[in-house]
Each structure stands twice: as structure tokens, then as C-alpha cells.
Design a protein around this ligand. Structure first.
Ligand code: CTP
Ligand code: CA
Length: 226
């Protein structure tokens, strides 16, 4: 019976999840990226689908299989992720941005491979768009969850991000923790919501964390258990 209840939790809801890193090309053979593997976002998509949601997963380049029943959209750059997320946003009930989006990209992408020369080389970088911030600014009915990767002052920076980006909730990961964050199967995190929920999640699998986050969100979205 518990299983039945769990299955209904996000039934009829449209959920958008972003996952993975983005990749910003300098030339045809070189790019900037980060160590995100996409595991957290894929866990969220898988769990949301299991809870009955209609799930769209916008993913950067990762080596993971698409969870069953999930509609996957592959992107490479922060700008492509921005385009896809904005296009899907109006129809969503819940949006979870777990992707590790590049904050900067090379100001110029060369069409031909650059040849090395004597001396050092400086790459000029320009800012990408902050997708989550724009989602917060244009929010209507959607419940919006962000992620934050921090190495210090975890709680302070996490709360600041929730406020600055007009989020309903945030999952804050201490990426300097052993066995947590980038590339690992586990995360230890803090979870805050605008309505005042505060949780400290100990080290657990990303699937377990995904379940907890989705349960908490579903509760706040419906204003309680049906
Ligand atoms: N994010 C985004 N678009 C960006 C950068 C970040 O949507 N261009 C989102 C991430 O998906 C994540 C949240 O913003 O949900 C926080 O990302 P994080 O890197 O922790 O914070 P930033 O706001 O980029 O600030 P900083 O990197 O300076 O800590
Ligand atoms: Ca960032």
C-alpha cells in the first residue's frame, strides 16, 4: 500500500530536470567543462518517473543510460541548455536544475584547430547566461529547485542562492566532502525551502537523495498529503 502511495505522488505532474556538465568549445579539438557525471540529475529523473511524473531530462554530455519512461533532450553548451530549458519551462509543474552549467565560455570559438606557438596563451572568457536565475525571474506557477555546489560556508551561500534566484527550494552540496558530489554515487547535503523546511541529509545514494527531495517538493506543491 505504501508503494501505491509513493507511485501516485507526482502523478499528472510535468517535471523538468537538467543534468550533467556543459561543454564550451575553444576550437574543434579543445573545450572547457567540469567533472559532473550527470548521476544526480539522472537519479532525479528516474525517481520522478517512478513517482508517476511526465519527465523531461535536458542533459549535457554524459555516459549514462536514459531512465525508462523519461523524455531525454541532449545538449552540449550552456547556451543550448538555456534554449531547451526556456522552451519547455512554461508547461512544467516542477523544475530541478542539477546541471553543472559553465559560468564562462571562450569569447571566441575558432573553426580551425589552433596551432601552438612560442610563449603562453591567454583565453578570453565571457559569461554565459544564468539559466536558473532567469527561471526564477520569469516564474509563474512552477515549483523551482536549484542545486548549489560549495566548498565553504555551505549554508550561508546556499541560502543566498535560493534568495537571489527566487527558488522554492535548494539542495546544497559540500563538494569538498569525501565521497560526495562530482562523480560519486553519494551526496551529503543540506535542503532548504522558501516555506521553511530545513533538512540535513547525511551521506546517501543519489537515488535516495532524489527520492527525499522529490517527496519534500511534492508535499509543498500540493500543500500536504492527499
Ligand atoms: N546555474 C544555471 N546557469 C548557470 C550557472 C548555474 O542554471 N549559468 C544553476 C545550476 O544548475 C545550479 C545553480 O544555478 O542549480 C547553482 O549553481 P552554482 O554553480 O552552485 O552557483 P552559481 O550561481 O553559478 O554561483 P557560483 O558558481 O559563483 O558559486
Ligand atoms: Ca557556477
Amino acid at each position: 500500500e505504501d508503494q501505491m502511495k509513493k507511485k501516485q505522488l507526482l502523478k499528472g505532474k510535468k517535471v523538468l530536470v537538467t543534468a550533467g556538465p556543459t561543454r564550451e568549445q575553444i576550437d574543434p579539438v579543445r573545450y572547457f567543462t567540469n567533472p559532473s557525471t550527470g548521476k544526480m540529475g539522472f537519479a532525479l529523473a528516474r525517481q520522478a518517473a517512478e513517482l508517476g511524473a511526465d519527465v523531461t531530462l535536458v542533459s549535457g554530455p554524459v555516459q549514462l543510460d536514459t531512465p525508462s519512461g523519461v523524455h531525454r533532450v541532449d545538449v552540449t553548451t550552456a547556451d543550448e541548455m538555456y534554449q531547451q530549458v526556456m522552451q519547455h519551462y512554461p508547461h512544467q509543474d516542477l523544475v530541478i536544475k542539477s546541471a553543472a552549467v559553465a559560468d564562462y565560455r571562450p569569447a571566441v570559438t575558432y573553426e580551425q584547430k589552433m596551432k601552438k606557438r612560442e610563449g603562453d596563451y591567454v583565453v578570453e572568457m565571457e559569461r554565459t547566461k544564468d539559466i536558473l536565475k532567469e527561471l526564477g525571474e520569469t516564474k509563474e506557477h512552477q515549483y523551482l529547485i536549484g542545486f548549489a555546489a560549495e566548498t565553504q560556508e555551505i549554508e550561508k551561500y546556499g541560502r543566498e542562492k535560493m534568495k537571489k534566484k527566487n527558488l522554492d527550494a535548494i539542495v546544497v552540496n559540500n563538494v569538498s566532502d569525501e565521497g560526495a558530489g562530482f562523480g560519486h554515487d553519494t551526496n551529503a547535503s543540506l535542503f532548504f525551502t522558501k516555506k521553511g523546511t530545513e533538512e540535513t541529509y547525511p551521506l546517501m545514494t543519489k537515488d535516495e537523495l532524489a527520492s527525499k527531495v522529490l517527496e519534500a517538493a511534492a508535499k509543498e506543491m500540493s500543500g500536504g498529503w492527499a
